[in-house]
Write a protein that binds this ligand. Sequence first.
Ligand SMILES: C=CC1=C(C)c2cc3[nH]c(cc4nc(cc5[nH]c(cc1n2)c(C)c5CCC(=O)O)C(CCC(=O)O)=C4C)c(C)c3C=C
Ligand code: FE2
Length: 379
Amino acid sequence: AEASEKENIDLSHQWPFYGDHGQAGVTTPPQRHIMFMTFDMTTPTAQALQILLARWSAAIAQLVQGAAVGTVEPSRIGSVGTDTGEAVGLDPASLTVTIGMGPSLFTDTYGLTAKCPPHLRPLAALPSDNLQPELSGGDLSLQACADDPQVAYHAIRVLARIAKSTGAAQTRWTVMGFGRASAGKDQETPRNLFGFKDGTRNLVDASEFNQHVWIKEGPAWQQSGSYQVVRKIKMNIENWDTDRVSDQNQVFGRHKLSGAPLSGTREFDTPDFHKKDTEGELVIPATAHIRLAAHENNQGVRILRRSYNYTDGLNHYGQLDAGLLFISYQNDPAHFETLQRKLGAADALNEYISHIGSGLFFVPPAAKEGSYIGAELFS
Ligand SMILES: C=CC1=C(C)c2cc3[nH]c(cc4nc(cc5[nH]c(cc1n2)c(C)c5CCC(=O)O)C(CCC(=O)O)=C4C)c(C)c3C=C
Ligand SMILES: [Fe+2]
């Protein structure tokens, strides 16, 4: 009963694709589901990339309206359908598809070296990294989020098909996620698969987005873009579930049920990182996740988190294989690195998690009506 009024989701809602600020899917309140996929280029011609970006943009503009991309059942007998059909009759479900570009795209092969956004480069190697190459990198990324998983899946399926049919790109790695694990403005804080509220102290206001998320420097076509960090983080949930809840609270520095910091009583109480108990011990332990990640302890560094829970079924021991598809947006990827360098070295959470996949992508601003994402790369 507690959450019911906030859980009323309007499946008929649409987010516009075209605009004159950032792409949808960055500061948009997180929808319930995600289908994330990366791609590698399969051709050395810049023209193929240009055609792909133009066709992707045109297709996304249709998809976000709940429309099919071309025909499902062509009138000419013997022809293949353009749209695969599984979203026919479904609502737009607030679909957003966000296009990202990896550092490996900005090479001489495509004549793009000089166009590379200043902070776009492979992420630094970070403590506790356990990255698998087959779950990392990519020349392009697509983040499809919607309140209906079939709508998100359909979008990626149609876009992957366009990539293949233009001969421009092939799939690299993918994660399907559910149960948004971060809150946007006016959203109830959801829970991650460790059972804790996730996103309590996330960025929510336009002024915070302007300060920490949107790029404000460089050529005009990069401004209002952002950097997308993606980490596939495996969570050992079976081990976690054998742990005492009092210990789990110490790991995060918050109470599991209420989400309140250990120094307070309500979810949105500001954590007091100096508070000590009667024995003189820090109430929020030195290795607690929130102490290490908080902006108060990182020279004001803040990032926008837009993560989702995921599952890969069972591992080869028959244990639940699941985790967090961590996604953050920031106007400099060094901000993520600052936090993860600290977390990777000292976070009490490290006993239960492993970063197995990683990517960094530049997210250009939205396309203006009549244009497409990344058009400025070719002028
Ligand atoms: C490098 C950035 C971060 C990674 C990687 C990360 C992984 C991760 N986090 C949780 C669960 C929680 N995180 C919470 C807070 C929090 N986490 C980060 C950054 C990363 N987390 C920040 C900046 C913050 C906010 C800190 C603050 O200012 O107080 C919380 C507490 C609730 C909240 O504020 O969101 C939880 C819970 C998991 C499970 C995880 C990897 C699997
Ligand atoms: Fe976190």
